[in-house]
Design a binder for this molecule. Structure first.
Ligand code: NAD
Length: 335
């Protein structure tokens, strides 16, 4: 089986490629990635000599480049490629619309033209908007995205749905809660806080720190996507989450405690505009219909992740280059 993974040099895509190559000896992976700021070649260095792995440096918005990739023969597509950082989408939404919406449409067209057997769109709980203190997102929850990022992901989901309804393309949409684990770019909450704590720098926490996120270890997410590829029903949406709701403040306190650092490092900063208050997933459908269950508790997963950042210092130090520093200064007004 030939599997096209887009965005495979990013956080989740790289974990997924490693997962698939380990789990399925009959799968060949083609990784298409534009190598934006969010990608690091070091992330998949261990696969340099893997005969079942091929990298194509290409942009999912480029029709001709995608035509060449699909002409090689592709059985299954898993589309991770995206602009993924909410704060950056607030600074400049245009790139998000281009990659997340247009890029998905280019892939859908290529998949249709070349008779791809399965097209999996990796989406997010953020398309559902925000919750109050009670309740969970189900697959029937109406889409109500609040940031340019989540709006672009919701738009892509609707295009994916339309290609199923209009052309009969065998599509699958997965909507996952917040991921954490190895190889996550240092701008995201958990790695940002781990790295700042290690360096005794202030830990910037938005607003009152009471925003709730539902955390899932990236390896559990990969297993969920794998279950959808293997046993999902075309045209269906599957929510993926682990019932690990934590306020941002609790996440930050957990990290500080694990590293033996003082709570005085916490710095409350002005809240993100349109900041969703609470996300929480109901993963009953994927558990019941596809027999998927998360393996990690948040406590075990965060301990392992902290250890990973401690033992992979060179990975994250190398990618905190000049452009990341410039972004960080614009976002938080300090270094
Ligand atoms: P990431 O930002 O770490 O990686 C994105 C990758 O896509 C990078 O390697 C980048 O170079 C590549 N890319 C960007 N634009 C491209 C383009 N035009 N053409 C080809 N490649 C391009 O993102 P991530 O956190 O790994 O997220 C992967 C997917 O999962 C995204 O679609 C995101 O919306 C979704 N998702 C993420 C989370 C999360 O918590 N991180 C949760 C739910 C869903």
């Amino acid at each position: 089986m030939k599997l096209l993974v887009t965005g495979g040099y990013g956080f989740i895509g790289s974990n997924y490629i490693r997962y698939v190559l380990q789990q399925h000896k009959d799968v060949e992976v083609v990784n298409v990635d534009a190598l934006t700021y969010a990608a690091s070649l070091a992330t998949l260095q261990d696969l340099t000599h893997e005969p079942r792995y091929q990298f194509v440096h290409a942009d999912i918005t480029a029709v001709q480049q995608m035509e060449e990739v699909f002409a090689q023969g592709v059985d299954v597509v898993v589309n991770f490629a995206a602009e993924s950082h909410v704060d950056r989408s607030i600074l400049d939404p245009s790139r998000f619309v281009k990659t997340n919406v247009l890029g998905t449409q280019v892939l859908l067209d290529a998949a249709r033209k070349h008779g791809v057997q399965k097209f999996v769109q990796v989406s997010t709980d953020e398309v559902y908007g925000t919750l109050g203190n009670e309740g969970y997102f189900t697959e029937e929850t109406p889409l109500a995205p609040n940031s340019p990022y989540s709006a672009s992901k919701a738009a892509a989901d609707l295009l994916v749905r339309a290609y199923h309804e209009t052309y009969g393309l065998p599509v699958f949409i997965t909507r996952c809660s917040n991921n954490y684990g190895p190889y996550q770019f240092p701008e995201k909450l958990i790695p940002l806080m781990i790295i700042h704590a290690l360096e005794d720098r202030p830990l910037p926490v938005y607003g009152d720190g009471q925003n709730v996120r539902d955390w899932l270890h990236v390896k559990d997410h990969c297993a969920g996507i794998d279950a959808v590829v293997a046993r999902g029903k075309p045209g269906e949406v599957y929510n993926i989450g682990g019932h690990n709701e934590r306020t941002n403040l609790v996440v930050v306190q957990t990290i500080l405690q694990a590293l033996g650092k003082p709570a005085s490092l916490i710095r409350f900063v002005q809240d993100r505009p349109g900041h969703d208050r609470r996300y929480a997933m109901d993963p009953t459908k994927i558990q019941r219909e596809l027999a998927w269950q998360p393996k990690y508790t948040f406590e075990a997963g965060i301990r392992e992740t902290i250890q990973w950042y401690l033992s992979h210092r060179s990975w994250w130090e190398a990618i905190r280059d000049g452009s990341y520093q410039a972004y960080y200064q614009q976002q938080y007004g300090e270094r």
